[in-house]
Design a binder for this molecule. Structure first.
Ligand SMILES: Cc1cc2nc3c(=O)[nH]c(=O)nc-3n(C[C@H](O)[C@H](O)[C@H](O)COP(=O)(O)OP(=O)(O)OC[C@H]3O[C@@H](n4cnc5c(N)ncnc54)[C@H](O)[C@@H]3O)c2cc1C
Length: 470
């Protein structure tokens, strides 16, 4: 590994610089997905915007492949790189709530849980994901799908402004009035355009929600799924429920007789009153013979962190995904066949509804392109044991191959592995050309390319120091 002139950076950097050989190195290079094992040359743990500017300048001046790390949750491991520089934002965790304006200014190292914690104290929330340990930065920049999507839209639909350090080291703000093209691009275009140092989100009055799971034995899948596809697309917007296949975990929350049983499920979240929720969801919750129905009032952050204890960092993850417009009978029967063979106890399939408020935004209004899809499907092979890597990978791939013909064509970028340029283009469809033009304006040399990469048109990729030595 070629050494880098770290001393040049140290004099203008307040955070921690971690290199191979340092005691902190092995911990600092780990990301959420235990399958990813990358060895950067330098990890710059920034504490403020000045650090980010210094790190970007250092990476550019030294021709280093440069990755940006928020929460480190990216399935493909795009928050880290081999033999380059990592701009690690995980220590930048400030959140400032403005209760009058109903906004939250959030630094880029926050997780969804950090944001929920801060906003809940004010009786408010912004739509994020479904697992609290996920980084808010990567999640937001790809779109942001979660329990409140039907009600308040995607995370990007609630993003009012970003602060960004560009590839040339300049600091800019992007919102509707300032740099509106950049503001458009960061709402779904991923980490392609610069390092976002803070996000300004719109908040909504959400404190308690009615939430929890309904489980059905997996044999009831065809009946339940057919009812779900009609139910959810017509449900009131304050009611959401994502569809899942799972194995009941052996935890006290669930009756012992269900432990280890494969189920199809709906995980509910409603901002309506408990009575209204009950009335609205009853027709679905009484389909077939549910094995468990456990919906009740809970603080919103409790729902948001419900899955976290089951999903610690370091597990093996392999996922494949697609957007879906229609769940026809053949697709349902293929789901049933593949989900009946969930390969490990933690492997799962989630089908997130992305209609409702997310459909009020036009395809061309933000970089997130699939405004006409009703669901984001993700098939997730998970296991603690690296020896099961092939088993979970093959199951996810086979399942995906069977369902892909019934998809809308492309996937949510945040649920993609490294799947090649054509898949990235398909993820953005008609918005890709505009994204490429904005990329050319703000990052013409493709300095930020450890991501689901949007390539600047007609411009070759500048070789890194390592690449030019090969
Ligand atoms: C357990 C789990 C649950 C999930 N649940 C959901 C969910 O419910 N809804 C959902 O929408 N997604 C979900 N995801 C997917 C998640 O949105 C992506 O994995 C996302 O990339 C995570 O963001 P991060 O900051 O943690 O990632 P990182 O690995 O740190 O970064 C990922 C990418 O984001 C870019 N990036 C990160 N920070 C910045 C920044 N400050 N500026 C510019 N670029 C940046 C980087 O280029 C990198 O390519 C989940 C993921 C996991 C592992």
């Amino acid at each position: 590994m070629i050494s880098v002139p770290v001393e040049q950076l140290r004099s203008r950097f307040r955070g921690e610089l971690v290199q191979p050989g340092d005691a902190a190195y092995d911990h600092a290079r780990r990301v959420y997905n235990g399958m990813i094992d990358k060895h950067p040359r330098l990890i710059s743990r920034c504490v403020d915007v000045a650090d980010v500017i210094a790190a970007v300048d250092f990476g550019r001046e030294n021709g280093l492949l440069t990755a940006i790390r928020g929460g480190g949750h990216n399935g493909a491991g795009l928050g880290i790189c081999d033999d380059g520089l990592v701009i690690d934002l995980s220590h930048m965790k400030g959140v400032r709530i403005d209760p009058t304006m109903r906004t939250a200014r959030v630094e880029a190292g926050c997780t969804g849980g950090d944001v929920d914690h801060a906003t809940h104290a004010f009786g408010m929330a912004t739509p994020t994901g479904t697992v609290a340990s996920t980084g808010i930065a990567g999640l937001t920049l790809g779109g942001g799908i979660g329990h409140l999507t039907r009600t308040f839209g995607l995370t990007v639909d609630n993003l009012l402004e970003v602060d960004v350090v560009l590839a040339d080291g300049r600091f800019v703000t992007a919102n509707e009035k300032q740099n509106p093209d950049l503001y458009w691009a960061v709402r779904g275009g991923g980490g392609n355009f610069g390092v976002v140092t803070s996000f300004l989100f719109r908040l909504h009055p959400v404190k308690m929600v009615s939430a929890g799971p309904t489980f059905w034995p997996i044999e009831q899948t065809p009946e339940v799924m057919k009812a779900y596809r009609e139910f959810i697309t017509q449900a009131p917007l304050d009611v959401s429920g994502f569809f899942a296949f799972l194995t009941v975990p052996p935890v006290p929350l669930f009756p012992e007789n269900l432990h280890g049983k494969k189920m199809c499920a709906i995980i509910w979240c409603s901002t309506a009153s408990p009575e209204q929720t009950d009335k609205a969801t009853k027709p679905m919750r009484t389909i077939g013979k549910p094995a468990l129905d456990h919906v009740g009032p809970m603080p919103f952050p409790v729902l948001q962190s419900l899955f976290d204890p089951l999903l610690p960092a370091g597990l093996q993850w392999y996922w494949r995904a697609d957007f879906v417009k229609e769940l026809n009978d053949e697709a349902i029967s293929r789901h049933f066949a593949h989900a009946s063979r969930l390969p490990t106890a933690l492997s799962t399939t989630h089908i997130y509804p992305i209609d409702g408020a997310a459909h009020r935004v036009e395809q061309s209004d933000t970089a997130f392109s699939y405004r006409d899809a009703n669901w984001a499907l993700v098939i997730v092979g998970i296991d603690p044991d690296p020896a099961n890597k092939d088993i979970i990978t093959n199951w996810s791939r086979d399942y995906f191959d069977a369902l892909h013909p019934y998809s809308a064509g492309g996937a949510y970028v945040n649920f993609m592995m490294e799947e090649g340029q054509e898949r990235v283009k398909t993820a953005f469809r008609d918005n890709y050309a505009r994204l490429a033009a904005i990329k050319r304006k703000y990052d013409p040399t493709n300095f930020f390319r450890v991501n689901q990469n949007i390539q600047p048109q007609n411009i070759g990729v500048r070789p890194t120091q390592r690449e030019s030595h090969q």
